[in-house]
Design a protein around this ligand. Sequence first.
Ligand SMILES: *[C@@H]1O[C@H](CO)[C@@H](O)[C@H](O)[C@H]1NC(C)=O
Length: 167
Amino acid sequence: MSIMYKVWFVAVVFATVLSAVYSYATPSEQCPGESFEDLRDRIQVTPCGQKRCKLPKNSNITVVFKFTPKKVVKSITNEVFANIAGVPLPFIGVDGTDACGDVKRADTQEAVACPLPADQDYVYTNVFPVQPFYPAVNLRVHWNLKDGKKSLICFEVPAVITAGKKN
Ligand SMILES: *[C@@H]1O[C@H](CO)[C@@H](O)[C@H](O)[C@H]1NC(C)=O
């Protein structure tokens, strides 16, 4: 093989591997008025999809957030709603609940309790079921972890509820 061919071959392999890795990224977008650095590296919704998260009925969705507060965190509250055709519907059972109990230190995976020291990496994990009675519609999920009025991390993602498996 000529050198040029080898270089080209390596480049193609590299690009293929990269695109395979990136296709797992959640297509999260900034919440209005926010601009979190590396947002797409911080948010993971499973299962999802490349352009919108596909949420099958009768399945569990896992949401993982990584965040690094610049100030001490007194408390964390979930603000979760689904925007359906422009109408925000709170996600009952999650919206307004305490999120501190679902936070761990990113490095040691140890559970933590609020108040959280600043300048640490934290991971928040939540698993929720897609109920069979949810309407199979397009929606936009908004998920914000808030300390009082301040947002610690926030994302929005286009999603669709799909039929999934029958029970
Ligand atoms: C979802 O999680 C709950 C609680 O862990 C579990 O009981 C249930 O079987 C799970 N459902 C599916 C479809 O995996």
